[in-house]
Design a binder for this molecule. Sequence first.
Ligand SMILES: [Zn+2]
Ligand SMILES: [Zn+2]
Length: 179
Amino acid sequence: MYPKIKLELFIRLVKRRRLSVAATVRQTVGETLQRQMVLEIVRQNEGHLTADEIYLLASEQLSSISRSTVYRNLNILAERGLVVAVNAPERPTFFDRNTEPHHHAVCVSCGMLLDIPADGFDVRSLVPPGYEVVSASLIVNCICARCGEGMSGALDESGGTAADGRAQADASAAADGRA
Ligand SMILES: [Zn+2]
Ligand SMILES: [Zn+2]
C-alpha cells in the first residue's frame, strides 16, 4: 500500500497560502495549490507512481480535483525538473521524485520499477567519439527477484537457491517501497 498523504499536510498547505479550509471545502483551490499538492504526493512516495495513482491519491485530499488537472500539473512539474517522467516501453509514464541522474530496472512480469544508481556505469562509453552525452536514462528490462522466484518455483520444486531468491525478493521489495 502507498503511504497515505496526511490531511494535515494539505491543511498546512492551505494555511500557508492564506486560504481558509472552508475555501477548500467549497473546492475553490487554486491551480498553484493543486500543483503543490501533486508535487507533495510524488515526493512523499518512495516508489514511482503513475499519473492515475497520483490522481487517486490527490482525489482523496481534494475530491473535486480532475484527472486532467493532475495530468497537466504533472507535466508542468516534469518540465520544471521538479519530478522526472520515466517512460518505459509498453508501460504508463511513471513519475519519480528522484531528480538525481539514475537509471531504472523494470520487471516485465509485474511492472515494478526500481532505481539503479547512475554511478558505476559510464554511458559515455556507449556513444561514438565526438558525441557528448547530455543526459541519459536507461531502462533495463528484467524479471524481478520475486517474479523469478515464482517462475523457478513452478519449474523446479527441489529448492536449491530458493533461500537466495527470497532474500533478493525481500531486498527489492524493500527498496521499491511498495511492498
Ligand atoms: Zn516482477
Ligand atoms: Zn527512479
